[in-house]
Write a protein of this length. Structure first.
Length: 157
């Protein structure tokens, strides 16, 4: 009772720990949702753009693909030839994106009291995932084009 009398002027207030942390990191949760939505939209637009470039490239190189197939090129060789152009562009974009992503992550992580260090493997994993998705998108269409009969491409030449 003596101890309680010394604190009697202060009202007892309590708060649940999960509610405290939810309020503390509400801004980060909103930022996470926004970044997720923007990333999904960016990925969809990128895949549509890559697919458009593949379709355009295959249309312009139809004659070349037909000549290569007549001269004995396999479907896999034609697909690899067409994929290499896009692999180069993805590699250039990745080299440009790494420093920008690293800088943005360092600035964002600087807001936290306990921050993690960024490892190289995070960026390598992101690059592998991006390259895989781009190759799947490109290979899907180039495989269809490479399987066509070369006579169709060279019929009117």
């Amino acid at each position: 009772k003596n101890v309680w009398k010394s604190f009697s002027d202060d009202p007892f207030a309590f708060e649940f720990y999960d509610a405290f942390f939810n309020a503390k990191y509400h801004k980060e949760q909103q930022l996470s949702r926004s970044i997720t939505i923007i990333a999904i939209i960016a990925i969809i637009l990128t895949l549509i753009g890559i697919l458009g470039q593949v379709i355009q490239t295959c249309t312009y190189r139809t004659k070349e693909i037909g000549i290569r197939k007549v001269n004995g090129a396999t479907v896999l060789e034609v697909v690899n030839m067409l994929n290499m152009d896009f692999v180069k562009w993805v590699a250039v974009a990745f080299v440009i994106a790494i420093p920008i992503a690293w800088y943005a992550m360092e600035k964002w992580l600087g807001n936290f009291a306990y921050k993690i260090t960024l490892s190289w493997w995070i960026f390598a994993l992101a690059g592998i995932i991006v390259l895989t998705v781009a190759l799947l998108t490109v290979s899907w269409h180039t495989f269809r084009v490479a399987r066509k009969n070369p006579v169709e491409a060279l019929r009117y030449e």
